[in-house]
Design a protein around this ligand. Sequence first.
Ligand code: AMP
Length: 115
Amino acid sequence: MSETIFGKIIAGEIPAELLYEDDHCIAINDIAPQAPVHVLVIPKQCIPRLVDAQADDQQLLGHLLLAAGKVAEQLGVGDAFRLIINNGAGAGQTVFHLHLHIIAGREFAEGHMAG
Ligand code: AMP
């Protein structure tokens, strides 16, 4: 298991409220939310960055997208949410265990890629 904070949460070494869990991933509230809904979908398997994913991880990557959709629906924001993956420190990644940010509950500027 990885040594990141997310690895410790998945290992049960650090308590966290799980909003969702299945065999392959968990979802938790972000500790420093950037929007009214800010949830992290985290695979149980540690892939440090998206670019570290291999062909073998294809099924898991698809699973994470499906899980993110389910979690968004479960939270009542299935009609309007944004998914973000920060890849690398230069893009703002701070925890090197792949995760998807589900951001919702605030206005999104039309046509913007992010923010
Ligand atoms: P990133 O910058 O994409 O690596 O995202 C890491 C995210 O993890 C940040 O939004 C942090 O606020 C969040 N975070 C860090 N530690 C915890 C924690 N213990 N529980 C929940 N979220 C956390």
